[in-house]
Ligand binder design. Structure first.
Ligand code: ATP
Ligand code: MG
Length: 360
């Protein structure tokens, strides 16, 4: 069992100096717009994954006019205290666990597993394929220690390959030797990534479909499919066969960087036909499936952070969701909302005890 008991923030976004104690498994955080609800969740995310969920650089997370921040998170995992300290100064970032600094942050990833659900995550349903690949990759990074290295390697080879294609297009004297080598290096890395994604998605997508039906409380038919060019053919064969086109377009048209997840509702593309509430339900279903898979692999529940999630959900769906999140699940859950009463009513209707933090 993983819980966060206390967090102390210094110069983190809107928090000059602030400490929060958490003494329940269900923590509700309310307050008006701009009071720091999302920032508090983000600080928890920082402790777990060594980065912000929202801000691309640590400087954006540093309180305006200051040079760095400090986050101290006091966790408990199976009766063992895990104290995480993250300190930044300018571009420098340090992370330590029980006062021992990490050499590589990637060593920390997976120690304190977490699932965040935020309003902009709806892009996972409506946005470009890249968003869906990111979702899958971020999860695999939490689950598989070597995955991030494979991804970095693949992306580096992909960049090299693309510049080689451009070079060959601009100068016909350039031989194809380097491209041959890059193809051979890329193929096994691409295949390994494909296998990892496939293995994960073979479990995750059916689970998400089940969650979708549970949240919606209907038998709406959703089809969730992993789509990859590597499904029927080895990457090396694709690269060889597709080289002519690659040379014309001057970029790599084949590989796992073209993977996508296809979501359908009653055999139509989900993002084109689904209502806002249905989209949101699918988002939750995917995230809860992520949650379940992490739980199964790790043997304990990850922490669940839900930012402003109730907008656009009808009462039934909200209750189904809360029922699962707060009652059927024994992990710790943080939920934010601008409407205190709405949260209180929802919790009361499913009979949950919780801690309420109101940000002023
Ligand atoms: N680097 C920073 N330094 C200081 N303040 C910041 C920084 N980044 C964000 N803020 C401030 O934090 C506040 C936003 O906090 P946050 O997003 O957590 O609000 P919220 O309670 O989630 O609001 P909402 O209900 O609108 O989602 C804003 O007032 C913003 O100006
Ligand atoms: Mg917010």
């Amino acid at each position: 069992m993983l819980t966060l008991n206390r967090i102390r923030l210094t110069q983190y976004k809107n928090y000059a100096q602030r400490e929060f104690e958490f003494n329940h498994n269900v923590v509700a955080i309310t307050g008006l717009n701009g009071k720091g609800k999302t920032n508090l969740l983000d600080a928890i995310h920082y402790c777990c994954l060594a980065k912000s969920y929202f801000s691309p650089s640590s400087q954006l997370s540093t309180m305006f006019g200051t040079d760095g921040f400090r986050i101290e998170g006091y966790f408990n995992k199976d009766e063992r205290a895990l104290d995480v300290v993250c300190v930044t100064r300018g571009n420098k970032k340090e992370l330590s666990l029980n006062a021992i600094p990490y050499e590589k942050f990637s060593q920390h990833i997976g120690t304190l597993p977490i699932v965040m659900i935020a309003p902009d995550d709806i892009e996972l349903i409506t946005g470009a394929a890249e968003q869906r690949r990111n979702f899958v990759d971020t999860l695999l990074c939490q689950l598989k220690p070597g995955y991030i290295q494979e991804l970095i390697k693949y992306n580096r080879l992909l960049q090299q390959r693309n510049s080689q294609l451009r070079l060959m297009a601009s100068d016909s004297a350039v031989s194809s030797e380097i491209l041959d080598i890059l193809d051979e290096q890329m193929a096994p890395v691409g295949l390994a990534i494909y296998k990892s994604r496939k293995e994960l998605l073979d479990k995750l997508l059916p689970l998400a479909a089940t969650f979708y039906r549970r949240i919606s409380g209907t038998d709406e038919n959703v089809f969730l499919v992993y789509q990859s060019q590597l499904e029927n053919e080895e990457l090396l064969a694709l690269l060889v066969k597709g080289r002519e086109k690659d040379l014309i377009t001057q970029r790599s048209n084949w590989g796992i960087h073209r993977d996508d997840l296809i979501f359908q509702l009653e055999s139509k593309l989900f993002r084109l036909v689904a209502s806002q509430g249905q989209r949101k339900s699918l988002l939750f279903a995917l995230k809860l499936a992520e949650f379940e898979i992490i739980k199964e692999r790790k043997g304990f529940s990850p922490m669940l952070l839900m930012d402003d999630v109730f907008e656009k959900l009808d009462g039934h769906r909200m209750n189904h969701l809360l029922q699962w999140v707060c009652t059927d699940n024994e992990g710790q859950v943080f939920i934010t909302d601008t409407h205190r009463e709405r949260l209180e009513e929802a919790f009361d209707s499913v009979d949950i005890t919780y801690q309420m933090i109101e940000l002023e």
